[in-house]
Design a protein around this ligand. Structure first.
Ligand code: GUN
Length: 294
């Protein structure tokens, strides 16, 4: 079997076009244009690239966007002050602090400081808790983007065995909750695996759906995949390649070339989950701008 490509870029463009139309209507009616602020600390090249993509997508959708850049040596206290100002700024509907942060800053403290009503990343415990309870919430962008891809391609999930590889707060953990939730997409039997899992290969071989979010290039190999499985690759790993224009190439967590021969559906990297993450963030920002606050 050769897997059908899950074209995240195309689905994201479709979603962004819907958002653009809605923003245009808001503008025509004299309403408030949603405003997203991104806080970028330091000069991590991957983070800079993600922020550029997020801002470009805001432009495409007619959404107002601002980047606040701070040097890597900003104190935790000064960063908390930036967040406090954004929490209290009525012109800002949603904001994100791009992760990872420098070592001396406690990411947990920063996440907790963000007003959950402006937490369009969906990282605050209020949003995480609401999500876990099945209440309306700002869903975290990457897991929500994955749900949108599954919906778009009408991939069956009910009763299926979904193996999530990775237990991060922003992908693996919320993804496992969302796939087990009542409804569609959902109703899966979920196994969440991580670095201490024994017999990872056997766990993956039982999966109808694998969601790989470990951040290691080509970690999921063809011998770990059942024939006909659906493969969602969240990894965006920079792998050195002197023949590439930028000196590196983006590789997923899945050995794409070999695994696509066994999969029924598979996301590519780039062009799979990445663009969907951005589209979901913009979706949340539109909600925030319209006052759909959780
Ligand atoms: N770092 C990696 N993914 C994300 C994300 O979705 N949001 C933020 N703020 N930082 C990230």
């Amino acid at each position: 079997m050769t897997g059908k490509l899950l074209d995240g870029k195309a689905v994201a463009n479709h979603l962004k076009e819907e958002i653009r139309k809605e923003v245009e209507q808001i503008k025509e009616a004299g309403g408030t244009v949603p405003h997203l602020v991104a806080v970028l600390v330091g000069d991590n090249p991957a983070s800079q690239s993600y922020i550029r993509n997020k801002m470009r997508s805001c432009d495409q959708c007619g959404i107002r966007s601002t980047v606040i850049k701070k040097s890597a040596d900003i104190s935790e206290e000064a960063l908390l002050k930036v967040i406090d100002d954004l929490n209290n700024d009525d012109e800002v509907h949603g904001f994100i602090v791009q992760l990872p942060l420098p070592e001396h800053i406690d990411e947990e403290k920063i996440t907790l400081a963000i007003d959950h009503r402006k937490d369009v990343d969906g990282f605050h415990p209020v949003n995480f808790g609401r999500m876990a309870l099945g209440l309306d919430a700002y869903l975290p962008a990457t897991p929500n983007g994955i749900l949108e891809i599954i919906k778009h391609y009408e991939i069956p999930t009910s009763g299926k065995h979904c193996v999530v590889v990775g237990r991060s707060n922003i992908v693996g953990s919320p993804m496992s909750i969302l796939m087990a939730r009542r409804g569609y997409p959902g109703n899966c039997t979920v196994t969440i695996t991580h670095s201490r899992t024994q017999n990872l290969k056997e766990e993956c071989l039982r999966a109808d759906i694998i969601i790989a979010a470990i951040g290691r290039p080509n970690f999921i190999t063809a011998d770990m995949v059942k024939d006909g499985a659906v493969i969602i690759d969240v990894g965006i790993n920079r792998v050195e390649d002197p023949t590439a224009k930028r000196g590196y190439r983006l590789k997923g967590d899945v050995d794409f070339e070999a695994v696509k021969e066994k999969a029924s559906f598979i996301t590519p990297v780039p062009g799979g989950v990445g663009p969907m993450t951005v589209a979901s963030l913009i979706q949340n920002t539109l909600k925030a701008g319209k006052g759909e606050i959780y």
